[in-house]
Design a protein around this ligand. Sequence first.
Ligand code: SF4
Ligand code: SF4
Length: 214
Amino acid sequence: MTLVQIADFARADHLAVLGAFHTDAEDAALGLGTLILLGPDEPGFWHYVTAQTEFTDSTPNPLDRWSHRTITALARRLGGTPYFPFGTPVRPFITWALRSGRAWVSPAQLLVHDTAGLFVSYRGAILVPGELDLPPPPPKPCESCATKPCLTACPADALTANGYDLPACHAFLETKDGKTCMTQGCAVRRACPLARTYPRVDAQSAYHMAQFHK
Ligand code: SF4
Ligand code: SF4
């Protein structure tokens, strides 16, 4: 099995391989192999996933439940072990993202992914046995981003080079002016040029914002 073949399997469920790395001695609890990070395959993810059964049964957290069902089934098919960024035990997805070589700390201190941009939404990961051949890591997109709009896009100055002021963000989202973030997603994410090539529909952004700002 190659990473390309695994990506083809994942794409059938509208998932994309967002990175992978070989585990090592510091991952004793996981075991040795290749850890593959999965996230939405865009465009079209939201249209696909909201037609799945989890979105029609009126039970909370449909996206996490769909991710769990789908990635568990994919892991079984690959002879691997699934892991998730929700529930317990808590898994170090940010560390895993950095180790994949496809995500970095952005100037606004959030993770930025080479194709998904800011607020990358990992839906799960699968550890498969063996060391798969992996492509070389891409360059960090921020190095060629001349204007760095992520540093100035937040209307509440809640997300800047100084980091993420969560109380200031939540306070702004309560205001009339915060409605655009609630319905279209974080202005900082939308300002990053990568958002143009990895688009989210407004309903998808609104779902994530509602989960964030409960
Ligand atoms: S706006 Fe530019 S500098 Fe900021 S995260 Fe996106 S690519 Fe990097
Ligand atoms: S959601 Fe809106 S207020 Fe919060 S960090 Fe993003 S742009 Fe700023």
